[in-house]
Design a protein around this ligand. Structure first.
Ligand code: GUN
Length: 291
């Protein structure tokens, strides 16, 4: 059994991105530039955005943080998005979600120029991914496929069962895993799937992305399977200073001995999702995608 080290893989990718940034700058081009729009003061969003800005600094990107109070008028936000769409000095930007109730998130996502949508949330990027065109792919599916590739995990003809059909994880991952470069046979399972436990036990690659701590138990995993755990639920803990710990969707201790590869929580998929934004921003800066 091999533990997939997402933290170390993310560190390596950041190093690669950093080296590429330096070569871009050396040739006289400007630094890749990412902006983050943060509305309000939600604790989780503040933390995520702070990490994104820090990550940019670590790879040599320029970054900008644009803040609005949570009573910002929808039109004010759209005016800013318009300005960012047209800014030639900016390669990509994200609008941190969730947004306050009076702002329509889907309309915000669709107002971002797809060529600057480094979150990969715009329907144009989702659609391009579906038909195999160059696109920005959302962070978690990118991170999972990158881990599978870098660990040289055999995917050709394998049965990949994805539990969870969210727009940002399960569904886009199912598209990537069935593409010709991966060639897995994919089943997307969800809360209404019949005989879910038996189905999971048929998986060569099992991806748990349902947000239910400890859902996947040993009897649901085939001997030698690859298990990817996307769950990151905060559960109370007496063993940490914060009083919480992160718990995955997989009961790691009992499942790990049956696996060929498994991602831990924390330190598996999580660190890779942060790197995805950097990778997409570099792609945007290189103008690798023609719309
Ligand atoms: N909120 C939680 N995760 C994300 C993300 O990946 N992008 C944005 N924009 N908001 C988020």
């Amino acid at each position: 059994m091999q533990i997939i080290d997402g933290k170390e893989t993310a560190r390596k990718i950041k190093e690669e991105i950093g080296a590429e940034v330096e070569s871009i700058v050396t040739t006289g081009l400007r630094r890749p530039h990412l902006a983050a729009v943060l509305v309000g003061h939600d604790g989780g969003s503040e933390t995520y955005v702070a990490y994104k800005i820090k990550d940019c600094g670590e790879v040599g990107f320029r970054s900008s943080l644009i803040r609005f109070e949570d009573d910002v008028a929808q039109d004010t936000l759209f005016e800013k998005i318009d300005e960012l769409n047209r800014d030639p000095e900016l390669d990509g930007f994200i609008v941190q979600l969730p947004l306050p109730d009076h702002i329509n998130e889907q309309t915000v996502i669709e107002s971002i120029d797809p060529s600057k949508d480094v979150d990969g949330f715009h329907p144009v990027n989702v659609g391009r991914t579906v038909i195999g065109l160059p696109s920005f792919v959302s962070a978690t599916p990118y991170g999972i496929v990158e881990l599978i590739k870098r660990y040289r995990i055999e995917t050709e003809g394998k049965h990949c069962v994805i539990v969870g059909r969210s727009n940002i994880v399960g569904r886009p991952l199912s598209i990537l895993m069935s593409q010709k470069s991966v060639n897995a046979t994919v089943t997307v399972a969800h809360s209404r799937t019949r005989d879910l436990e038996e189905l999971c036990a048929t998986a060569d690659i099992l991806v748990a992305a349902l947000g239910s701590p400890g859902f996947v138990k040993a009897h649901m995993v085939k001997e030698g399977a690859v298990v990817i755990d996307v769950g990151t639920t905060r559960v109370p803990s007496s063993e940490t200073k914060s009083g919480f710990r992160l718990m995955g969707d997989v009961l790691f201790d009992e499942v790990a001995p049956k696996c060929s590869f498994i991602t831990p929580v924390p330190g598996g998929v999580g660190p890779m999702t942060r790197v995805a934004l950097l990778s997409n921003t570099l792609k945007a800066a290189r103008k690798n995608i023609r719309y």
